[in-house]
Design a protein around this ligand. Structure first.
Ligand code: ATP
Length: 440
């Protein structure tokens, strides 16, 4: 399958089955805005919950926060975003389409109108979304939607330290929306103007030599690869680690790795890992006038910890998961999602909708199973069509209640991956599903 085809097929599957819809569609759509539908929100929530469980609740050196989206503008002054969070913008002199100067060859014809009219001089364009607080739209009331979740972890550092009794090394994690007025959004949900991030700032002692911070950097590198492979089921041969060259590092970073995924439109950044030194805490301490130093409980030494920052885009995770697990066979399309990510783990169908005794039995099973698994109910059309639609949303098992069920208390349990349909006793269903879901 060619790669453009694959992207088109995924976008169309997402719309058809309720993963992701074009935003504001009844008004003709709103370029590059996307809404997660009924199964999309389940997939996305499963990803976020898995992450939170693994990296925040699952570790005694981690705590979480959930901070405001609009922070005091002084935060963005201290972090350098007001001054530096910009991309170079050029405009085609013929059709006025705007491009990021660092993403095109300005000596070539415009990709939009194909004319060689040339481009305007590059202007730096700040990516932060501006808004006004309160009724008066004046300079004094300007505020910004956060362009990353990270700064809240630095701004709240002292409060977290005082209330959580954590000792260095420890980390603060957060999941939430970020906003960037991207010049060239696109590739479906890969680059949008509002998106979600899962970020960690991991605070470490002041390193005396490189090996001391590298040790934590490597720990997070391994954790990120393990998340990609074990939790998302992504084959690591589809992931490329880009060691960002020294001369291209952001001014605060001593080392950065981009984890890139082989998306159908090209190898592009999925996640990042950076060693940010004490850049952020130092700036916030200086600009806020507050003492943000940590006191070592054993030596009483006071210092500003250094920081390792692993960062994950939620929407890019959703896209990589969809690309990785999309399957086509002669007679069907299915998503081979690991069950932990699947919107529904199991679906229950009465063979015939107009046989009340079948429907009642199927309802009983549905009511029991939904206490333990996220369970779908479907009684429309014929059973073949129901299997087909559950395959497309990645439901690992489909249970059909038929006439034999009423006689011997057994149901068919169809596997998404093998299409086999063994009969299982209703009393054994829960343990059968549990066992098979865990083994996938
Ligand atoms: P890019 O180089 O693709 O613009 P970035 O290096 O600016 O990304 P970071 O600032 O490191 O990205 O953001 C952390 C993560 O947030 C990225 O690895 C990515 O997963 C996600 N992300 C960043 N920008 C966007 C966006 N516009 N839309 C969706 N996800 C994004």
């Amino acid at each position: 399958m060619n790669n453009n085809d694959l992207m088109d097929k995924i976008v169309s599957l997402c719309k058809r089955r309720g993963f992701i819809f074009p935003g504001s569609e009844i008004y003709g759509g709103f370029a590059n805005s996307w809404d997660y539908g009924p199964v999309g929100v389940e997939l996305k929530n499963n990803i976020k919950q898995l992450w939170w469980k693994r990296f925040v609740q699952g570790r005694d050196d981690m705590v979480g926060i959930d901070a405001a989206l609009i922070m005091k503008p002084a935060v963005w002054e201290a972090s350098g975003h007001l001054k530096n969070f910009s991309d170079p913008l050029v405009e085609c002199k013929n059709c006025h389409t705007r491009f990021r100067a660092d993403q095109i060859d300005t000596t070539k014809p415009c990709a939009s109108c194909d004319k060689s009219a040339g481009f305007t001089e590059a202007k730096m364009f700040n990516l932060m979304f501006k808004t006004f607080i309160g009724p008066a739209e004046e300079q004094a009331n300007i505020a910004y939607f956060r362009p990353e979740t990270a700064q809240a972890m630095f701004v709240d550092f002292k409060n977290v330290l005082d209330t959580s009794r954590k000792t260095v090394p420890f980390g603060i994690g957060q999941i939430g929306k970020a906003f960037r007025n991207e010049i060239t959004p696109g590739n479906f949900i890969f680059r949008t103007r509002e998106f979600e991030q899962m970020e960690i700032e991991y605070f470490i002692p002041v390193p005396k030599e490189d090996a001391e911070w590298n040790k934590y950097f490597e720990m997070w590198r391994e954790n990120m690869l393990s998340w990609i492979n074990k939790d998302l089921g992504i084959d690591l041969t589809h992931v490329h680690e880009l060691e960002v060259p020294k001369d291209e590092l952001a001014h605060y970073s001593k080392r950065t790795i981009d984890f890139e995924y082989h998306f159908p439109f090209g190898v592009s950044e999925l996640y990042g890992l950076a060693y940010r030194t004490d850049f952020d805490l130092k700036n916030h301490q200086e600009k806020s006038g507050q003492d943000l130093r940590y006191t070592d409980p054993y030596t009483s030494e006071k210092y500003l910890p250094h920081v390792i920052e692993p960062t994950w885009g939620v929407d890019r995770t959703v896209l990589a998961v969809l690309c990785e697990h999309y399957r086509e066979e002669e007679d069907r399309v299915y998503l081979a999602l690991p069950p932990r990510l699947a919107p529904y783990k199991v679906a229950v169908f009465p063979l015939l909708k107009n046989k009340p005794e079948l429907v009642a039995k199927a309802r009983e099973i549905y009511d029991q199973l939904k206490e333990h698994f996220s369970t779908a109910w479907d009684d429309r059309g014929n059973v073949g069509k129901r299997y087909y639609s559950q395959d497309e949303i990645g439901t690992p098992f489909g249970i059909t209640v038929d006439f034999q069920t009423l006689e011997d208390g057994s149901v068919t349990v169809r596997s998404r991956d093998t299409k086999e349909q063994p009969r299982v006793k209703i009393d054994d269903l829960q343990s059968y599903l549990q066992k098979n879901i865990n083994s996938l």
